[in-house]
Design a binder for this molecule. Structure first.
Ligand code: GUN
Ligand code: ZN
Length: 446
């Protein structure tokens, strides 16, 4: 067992997200292994109250620091690290001119392995300890990402990007080398083999990953849905209702479905553990479908602002009652930093609905990137929070990391003011350390 003494932030699962933060000024976090060796939170509370219970536990004192749950990134693209900051007139030209050419390079295993090393390190440096990530359409990219995550003990969920049409050949799935299976068949065979190889292996999980309906044939979506039915505890990830041209295209390709979102439902791809990125241009029927199916939205505000896609409607999502969490969506998104993403979400929350515009509270923003995102993944109580039983993934934050932050946080008069100062002024410099569950492996950040 080991204990950490510092200020500690966590979330009360029984409270409304906007008011759910609990902050212990002088707290103690005690972690220790369960029967399988996984490091979990054993106890958490005020230092004065807890220290008598754990008199012999080695305690690291971190004065002036804040311990908070490791961040959960609900949607990010591993092969788009080099695509960040590529401007375009909108989603479809951005995919065509920047994204597909870069993703094509991931057929090369050496390129994928080098990129995976950088990608996982960058997530950890930014305090992200759980991520749901797209790989490319090449099996080597999935293996490279899983292998690197396993080595660094990140909780990672990824899968082979399913795309058998409407992109350059090098970016698409390919047929088997011996010609026995076409690209569609081979992509489904590969997905199943990857599920069997990686899903549930330590902290790794598999996500069936149709890129978006326009890049998948009917046969590929049908096959993906069949896999989703056969492997009920694997995740599903895709994109929906991000951009007006994309939506028109999807509607034209699948005219029999009631909406773009409904297309996924028609192929068996809407259920618990299905995470759909964006969910911007929904109507009330779509929102009801999200709620009824148990699917969740990955809200990607920096990407939506960067690509000019639109604004996630928080009020409508809350009225409908479907789950959501925050995501960087690198490389449409502009940063790996959860602080940047939370700030972008704040801007998005203020925008778009005239008099109804809603200010998201700092606690709600932070919850969306930790406990809320974990709940969307069906991993509440496992990651994204610091309550007994959670895996011991956490960040050590320095609220004095820059002169301006030090000045501003020193005069914060409430928890919301403190959290908001970190959200507005913070970035990777705030993350002093990222501690990952299991084997007490500690990764020094900067
Ligand atoms: N829709 C289909 N593919 C993508 C992608 O890579 N990024 C974003 N933002 N939207 C997509
Ligand atoms: Zn995306």
């Amino acid at each position: 067992m080991k204990a950490y003494r510092a200020a500690i932030l966590r979330f009360d699962p029984a409270r409304e997200p906007a008011q759910s933060a609990i902050y212990e000024e002088d707290g103690l976090l005690v972690i220790g292994p369960d029967a399988s060796g996984t490091q979990r939170v054993q106890a958490l509370g005020s230092y004065q109250e807890l220290r008598q219970r754990f008199p012999d536990v080695l305690t690291e004192h971190l004065p002036g620091r804040i311990i908070a749950p490791g961040f959960v990134d609900l949607h990010i693209h591993f092969p788009q690290t080099n695509v960040i900051a590529s401007p375009a007139d909108g989603l479809l030209p951005w995919l065509e001119n920047h994204t597909y050419p870069e993703e094509s390079r991931f057929s090369e295993p050496v390129y994928g392995a080098e990129s995976a090393t950088f990608f996982i390190a960058e997530l950890l440096r930014n305090g992200v300890t759980t991520a749901l990530a797209f790989a490319s359409s090449h099996r080597a990219s999935v293996n490279a990402l899983f292998a690197q995550a396993q080595q660094q003990r990140l909780r990672l969920i990824t899968g082979l990007c399913l795309m058998d049409r409407h992109a350059p050949a090098a970016a698409l799935n390919s047929a088997s080398a011996d010609g026995r299976f076409d690209a569609t068949e081979q992509s489904l065979i590969d997905s199943e083999a990857l599920i069997q190889q990686w899903h549930g292996c330590g902290r790794l999980g598999y996500a069936i990953t149709p890129r978006f309906a326009p890049s998948c044939s009917d046969a590929q979506l049908r096959g993906a849905g069949e896999l989703a039915e056969r492997y009920g505890d694997v995740w599903i990830q895709s994109h929906v209702a991000e951009n007006r041209e994309e939506i028109e295209w999807a509607r034209a390709l699948f005219p029999a479905s009631a909406s773009y979102l409904a297309t996924y439902g028609d192929f068996g791809l809407l259920r618990e553990r299905a995470i759909y990125a964006h969910c911007l241009h929904f109507d009330e029927q779509d929102r009801a479908l999200m709620r009824a199916s148990g699917a969740a939205a990955a809200v990607c505000p920096s990407s939506n602002l960067f690509l000019g896609s639109g604004y996630f409607d928080y009020a409508a999502a809350d009225r409908a009652g479907f789950r959501y969490g925050l995501a960087s969506d690198v490389g449409g998104g502009t940063s790996f930093s959860p602080f940047h993403t939370m700030l972008a979400a704040y801007y998005v929350g203020r925008e778009g609905r005239g008099k109804q515009a809603l200010s998201l509270s700092p606690q709600h923003l932070w919850w969306q990137h930790t406990a809320g995102a974990a709940q969307a993944l069906g991993l509440a109580g496992t990651v994204g929070n610091l309550v007994p039983g959670c895996e011991a993934d956490f960040v050590v934050l320095n609220p004095q990391a820059t002169p301006l932050l030090a000045r501003r946080t020193t005069c914060a008069n409430s928890l919301d003011e403190l959290l908001f100062a970190l959200i507005v002024l913070g970035d990777d410099r705030v993350v002093e350390r990222t501690v990952i569950s299991q084997a007490l492996l500690t990764i020094s950040a900067n």
